[in-house]
Design a protein. Structure first.
Ligand SMILES: [Zn+2]
Length: 210
């Protein structure tokens, strides 16, 4: 909950370190990669749809491309907004839901990326209810997370009431009002917005619940 900032002197990305990473951890990392496509890089999202098998097989060229493209996307966002006053918040797509999942299930059931995958699907479901994306877009987004071997269905034990309690502590909230990142369209996130409570409850009660 405390924001701390210190810039690194350099960043080294050595794809060979991924060779021993368990498949589940690799997929968890891909959740944040898919997130970049969703929030600001539709061409990247399409590339991921065409290359998910190569990524899961740890093709070195595919991994190198994905890491570079993710770093470029993050660097561009952070350079615009070093202290998270505006556009940087878009990196939090799905994370308000994800933090509720992680806290509500006791930080042991889901890896962070797994919770983010579910959270991005919930954010996409809410975006559809707000008429920002189509039902086909929502299906497309959920399908890509599934193909990355990630969970897309929220945990049974978290009902809407509990979700709302857990989401109430998010740092994007202002004077008690819940604020979320949604999709303006597929490939473009909104800044934090306060959303209609009824629609949010509909997502929490209905998405992945049948
Ligand atoms: Zn994250």
């Amino acid at each position: 909950m405390i924001g701390a900032f210190h810039q690194p002197q350099c960043v080294i990305a050595d794809t060979r370190t991924l060779a021993t990473l368990p498949d589940r951890e690799l997929s968890a990392g891909l959740a944040e990669v898919i997130k970049y496509g969703l929030i600001r890089d539709l061409a990247f999202l399409a590339w991921l749809e065409g290359n998910m098998e190569a990524l899961l097989a740890r093709d070195p060229d595919a991994l190198a491309f994905v890491i570079e493209r993710s770093c470029i996307n993050k660097a561009q966002v952070v350079a615009q907004d070093e202290r998270e006053s505006g556009v940087r918040a878009t990196l939090n797509l799905g994370h308000t839901f994800a933090h509720a999942i992680e806290t509500g299930t006791g930080y042991g059931t889901y890896l962070h990326g797994e919770a983010v995958a579910i959270g991005c699907c919930q954010a996409a479901d809410l975006s559809r209810r707000l008429d920002r994306i189509s039902a086909d877009d929502l299906e497309r987004i959920v399908a890509l997370f599934r193909r990355a071997a990630l969970p897309v269905i929220p945990p049974r034990e978290l009902n809407a009431r509990r979700y709302l309690d857990l989401m109430a502590t998010d740092k994007k909230n202002r004077s008690g009002e819940l604020r979320l990142i949604i999709l303006q369209r597929i490939g473009q996130a909104s800044l934090p917005v306060s959303v209609d409570r009824g629609l949010l409850e509909a997502t929490l009660n209905e998405y992945g619940r049948n």
